[in-house]
Ligand binder design. Structure first.
Ligand code: ADP
Length: 397
């Protein structure tokens, strides 16, 4: 059994994991999650070909309720795939690295302290990420723990892209556009550069359209602008998040309508976006199946905002050479891609209808290439871990 790398992604009610063989390019061995923590948990894992390896639900009692217990569930099962040997390193997805962390970092008590100080910048995500790290450190003492940040890839943005038009002291306090989904963008940039050197040097707009959604302008492999800002609320509408909103609306909700900050938070994060617009669901499949006026309103608005963002991001690079769709909607929803690209002919974007309908890797019919590629955030984390621990040949046998 070769040594392995373990990747963990601890969310509010789930612990996702993936294990890789620690080879030159880490090879996926299994991936899965414990979801529904604290409610009705379910544990699932699949092999590299998508085949089910384990599926478990708990009746009464004994169900994992915390990240620590979820990790214990995963760890108790992992030897079936990995053998008894502990992983060479554990990589963690961490949402916020602030201005300080522009690259993955090996965790130590001092680094953990600095990551705790960033909790106010991402209060809904960072505490869960850190809980996952602490649980893993307790289960695997002595194994290197490595944090990979959703913000890090965007640290190459020029200052003009990072600023809000607020007095300078706020920028210096860290109130700036950080951007998120960086591991997804980095995985796409690496994959395209490996496929074709010309794409590695090109001006790309990547549309990461999943439950969370954002877009990124990448020039020569580096992020130069992105649609998400200080938080993961900004930019285009998402499954349940509103996307860009006049800040005056928030003031109105608080002052004129008397809503509490907790109510506004719930509205903007959990009741808006495709769910709020359609009144049907946050899931594109369910909205498309329902059809009708509400579905049209939601999908039409989503496509309109994404289309505007593509044009805006192209402007930051003086044009674009390729548009790339990724994540759940980007990879699987031809109808949404068609709506988005409609009206982008002036930028050189046109779709080949048959290729688009088949989710083909190349779906463009105009001078700008239009690509569909799977995102691989976990694979990117595994690659970072391997690079950071830089194992000797003996460690890999
Ligand atoms: P997350 O951001 O949680 O990782 P994903 O990237 O997996 O989410 O995206 C999930 C979303 O992708 C779903 O809510 C749904 O809107 C969309 N989606 C997934 N599969 C399809 C499909 N076959 N057709 C249309 N939309 C899909």
């Amino acid at each position: 059994m070769p040594p392995s790398l373990l990747v963990l992604n601890a969310g509010s009610s789930s612990l996702k994991f993936a294990a890789y063989a620690a080879t030159g390019a880490p090879a996926l061995l299994c991936a899965g999650q414990v979801e529904g923590l604290g409610a009705a948990p379910r544990f699932r894992a699949r092999g590299p070909g998508g085949e089910a390896l384990v599926e478990r639900r708990w009746e009464a009692g004994g169900a994992p309720a915390t990240h620590e217990q979820a990790l214990a569930t995963v760890i108790a099962w992992l030897p079936e795939v990995l053998g008894a040997r502990p992983p060479l390193a554990i990589g963690h997805r961490v949402v916020h690295g602030g201005t300080e962390f522009a690259a993955p970092v090996r965790l130590s008590p001092a680094v953990m302290e600095r990551l705790r100080a960033l909790i106010p910048l991402a209060p809904l995500h960072q505490p869960h990420n850190l809980a996952g790290i602490e649980a893993a450190a307790r289960h695997f003492p002595g194994v290197p723990q490595i944090a990979c940040f959703d913000t890090a890839f965007h640290r190459t943005q020029p200052e003009v892209a990072e600023r809000f038009a607020l007095p300078d002291r706020f920028f210096r306090q860290g109130i700036r556009r950080y951007g998120f989904h960086g591991l997804s963008y980095e995985s796409i940039a690496h994959r395209l550069a490996a496929e074709d050197a010309a794409l590695g040097a090109a001006r790309l707009v990547v549309a990461h359209l999943g439950n969370g959604a954002s877009l990124c302008a990448i020039a020569g492999g580096r992020s130069v602008a992105t649609s998400m800002g200080f938080t993961a609320l900004d930019g285009v509408p998402m499954g349940t998040r509103c996307g860009q909103l006049d800040p005056g609306v928030v003031l109105h909700l608080l002052d004129a309508l008397g809503m509490t900050t907790a109510e506004v938070t719930r509205l903007l994060y959990h009741e808006s976006g495709l769910k709020g617009l359609s009144g049907i669901s946050q899931d594109v499949r369910e909205i498309e199946a329902a059809g009708g006026e509400a579905a049209e309103r939601a999908l039409g608005h989503f496509a309109y905002r994404v289309r505007r963002e593509i044009a805006a991001l192209a402007t930051t690079m003086g044009g674009l050479d390729a548009l790339v769709f990724t994540a759940g909607i980007g990879e699987n929803a031809p109808g949404v891609r068609a709506r988005i690209c409609e009206g982008l002919g002036f930028l050189g974007i046109a779709l080949d209808a048959a290729a688009n309908a088949g989710n083909a890797p190349e779906i463009g019919a105009g001078p700008v290439r239009v690509l569909v590629r799977p995102t691989d955030e976990e694979g990117m984390i595994a690659a970072h871990c391997l690079a950071l621990i830089d194992p000797t040949p003996e460690m890999l046998t």
